[in-house]
Design a protein around this ligand. Sequence first.
Ligand code: CTP
Length: 398
Amino acid sequence: MLKAKNILIGISGSIAAYKIPILVRLLRKAGANVQIIMSESATDFVTPLTLSTVSNRPVSIKAFDKNTGEWDSHVELGRWADLFIMAPLSANTMAKMVAGIADNHLLTTYLSARSDVMFAPAMDLDMYKHPSTSRNIEQLKSWGHILIEPTEGELASGLCGMGRMEEPEIIFDRIEQYFDQQSKLKGKKILISAGPTYEAIDPVRFIGNHSSGKMGYALAEELANKGAEVYLVSGPVALQAANNIAKVVNVTSAEEMFDACNSIFDQMDIAIMSAAVADFASANIAEQKIKKGGSVPSIELKPTKDILFSLGENKTDKQLLIGFALETNNEIENAISKLERKNLDLIVLNSMQDKGAGFGHSTNQITLIDKQKHPQSFELKSKTEVAKDIIDKIESLI
Ligand code: CTP
């Protein structure tokens, strides 16, 4: 999500500046480009050398460097940024932002920035409580700037209360959320099937499989985090669905899963069928528990309805349909034939040959094949990471 995003961090004079190198490290690790711009007083709290080392770029402090004769354009910096974060934001710099004062490089850059602005105030308790600070925060918010509220705790002055800048990890999460919300998946209605199905033989026994539902639940959670409206149709699993999932429908059998998926598919933008649906169910479910003692019973099976196939038949040009394939041999050919037969836009292939992939594991190794039929293989990763790879691919198909 943060890969190749240009993030400009404006640091003003506050002790909380010492936390910014940690934020820079987190952003860089996530693949973002980070440019630091500091007010002169900020350099008393954290060294430009530290910041240029962690950001891997020269730190910008003055528009013009008398020693080198180099000119640092505030306009270019302001246009470069995908997001401008003022952190920590001192009461003084905040007041100048509100007043439109441009008496240093940080403030001229702020005034010429075109990106959205986030701000993380940091100051002492009484400064934070002062009506001018409250008024300034409200003013910045009214311009659409995103407030990262300070927290309560011990302050550098020794006082205890509101005014501590939020921790770098939380600021990082807020930045991720910001870019997530720009996702093409925001507001999309997505149906996900997950887990196994149980096909009853008698009132106490069933035919099932080892699917844990982890892959489908990871997809549901990641998609919901990206602002999608997720409808999760789940077979029996021991998992808790994330609370930002719009609706969870619990089912047991393939028949119930078929009905639940088909009844809402026409309202969906995307459907991802990750459930391990039983291919066969008992033709005659015994009304009473089958007793031992007599002859050994045989169970007559009947095929279940293929949910994915049925969705593929009803799919419109506006909808995307994604299926899974678990194969033991001729994996790519089998997956491509499944993609075509079931009218899919994308198939996620798991090979039983790969260790740590498939049922029950917390990891998975996948190959993605779209209609262009070029297999794209990924290494073994956690199911959450795999979910992110699948979602990146889906976003590229929208
Ligand atoms: N699927 C489904 N309904 C079924 C069976 C399968 O929706 N009754 C979906 C699964 O959720 C998965 C895909 O179809 O997305 C692949 O299922 P799989 O059982 O591997 O493939 P099949 O097409 O059933 O073929 P085979 O069992 O012969 O490999």
